[in-house]
Ligand binder design. Structure first.
Ligand SMILES: NC(=O)c1ccc[n+]([C@@H]2O[C@H](COP(=O)([O-])OP(=O)(O)OC[C@H]3O[C@@H](n4cnc5c(N)ncnc54)[C@H](OP(=O)(O)O)[C@@H]3O)[C@@H](O)[C@H]2O)c1
Length: 343
């Protein structure tokens, strides 16, 4: 069965592209409104968030993207956006946990920079009532990655020392707060302009990387979470205790494999070092969104939003993200300014 909003479907506004390139290739277009399959939830999106994944897909960078999405150009018109928050418009017949009118947030593979998206039920969770749609959209990918990097609490014991490299970014701002909620002593690494913000979200210590090098400080951490990929494996290992854990979520370069190259090197080194090396890929499950729900509603975690942009300004949002110095999350508001009637 497929459901169409109000029984009839026309088009919706979306930011789409047909060829790899800079944000200049993104266009605000009318595209068909998605249908809602049996196990899907159709969400009217109120806000979405941008992630580095978006510009990697857009630019076809690294080349690995071409293998997955289409060699010379994407196989079909693409709509970016993996994080959304909005209102359930319709549910498929197999959906049991949601009904029209529910306020939700979710991880969708792509399709978030649009007015509607259809998402498999397990990727959806009820939106924390304490958050606006903009705040809720900032949560899914970055906060899930942060939570899962810390092993949902299993990898961090009370009082342990945790270092977050990239503490002022999307993942980093969540990781600082989540690690604190698990009772860790948290050190964040960021640039000068973000030191006060990183301290304000709970970091016990902040290292301004323009003035101090965490790898040369002589301090040892029980867990080091890297979101930047700007240092060698031996630099990271030097900052860890002998049995510490090094968690890699992203960053690093290379035109063919991009951030995967750092992961491959770390995986190859892993059997030969005393420290534990963990490679994390965000697992987009609603169950972990429920854990975040608890941390958010008890005030332990609050999204940090750098800036919001209307749907038509997604190209500027991606340009800002690509500069790599955002302060928390970049959010897209999708509301009355882009509203089209579904007739
Ligand atoms: N494994 C997964 O499933 C997964 C999921 C999501 C994202 N990722 C990847 O993880 C990485 C981070 O994602 P994100 O969303 O957090 O990115 P982001 O929001 O763009 O954050 C980047 C942060 O890096 C910081 N930074 C830049 N240079 C630095 C340096 N030399 N030392 C310390 N910090 C530095 C910047 O802070 P300053 O302005 O203070 O320099 C900025 O806040 C990306 O590579 C992304 O592709 C992986």
């Amino acid at each position: 069965m497929s459901h169409k909003p109000n029984g009839r479907v026309t088009t919706m506004k979306a930011i789409a592209y047909d060829r790899y390139g800079s944000p200049d290739v993104l266009e605000l277009r009318d595209v068909p409104t998605p249908t809602c399959n049996d196990d899907h939830v159709l969400v009217r999106i109120r806000a979405a968030a941008a992630n580095p994944f978006d510009w990697h897909l857009l630019r076809g960078d690294p080349y690995l993207v071409h293998l997955a999405m289409g060699l010379r150009k994407p196989r079909r018109a693409m709509i970016l956006g993996s994080d959304v928050a909005g209102v359930v418009e319709a549910v498929g017949v197999d959906v049991t946990r949601f009904r029209p009118g529910d306020e939700v947030y979710a991880v969708t593979e792509v399709g978030g920079f649009a007015e509607y998206v259809s998402i498999r039920e397990p990727r959806v969770a009820l939106k924390p009532a304490t958050l606006t749609f903009e705040q809720a959209a900032a949560v899914p990918v970055a906060a899930l990655t942060a939570l899962q990097s810390l092993g949902n609490g299993e990898r961090v014991k009370k009082g342990q020392k945790v270092l977050i490299n990239g503490a002022s970014g999307g993942i980093g701002t969540f990781a600082v707060q989540i690690a604190k909620s698990f009772g860790a002593e948290v050190t964040g690494v960021c640039s000068t302009a973000k030191v006060d913000m990183v301290r304000s979200i709970g970091a016990d210590h902040v290292i301004d990387y323009t003035r101090q090098d965490f790898a040369q400080s002589g301090r040892r951490y029980d867990l080091l979470l890297d979101t930047v990929g700007n240092r060698s494996l031996s630099d990271f290992r030097r900052a860890l205790t002998r049995t510490g854990t090094f968690v890699i979520v992203g960053g690093g370069g290379g035109r063919w494999l991009g951030p995967m190259s750092q992961r491959v090197k770390a995986a190859l080194a892993s059997p030969f070092v005393s420290q534990r090396i963990v490679l994390v890929s965000c697992n987009p499950i609603g169950k972990d969104l429920e854990i975040l729900h608890g941390l958010i509603e008890t005030g332990k975690v609050t999204p940090v939003i750098d800036r919001t942009y209307p749907l038509g300004e997604v190209p500027d949002a991606i340009r800002h993200l690509e500069e790599g110095h955002n302060r928390g999350k970049i959010v897209i508001t999708i509301g009355d300014s882009t509203k089209v009637d579904i007739r």
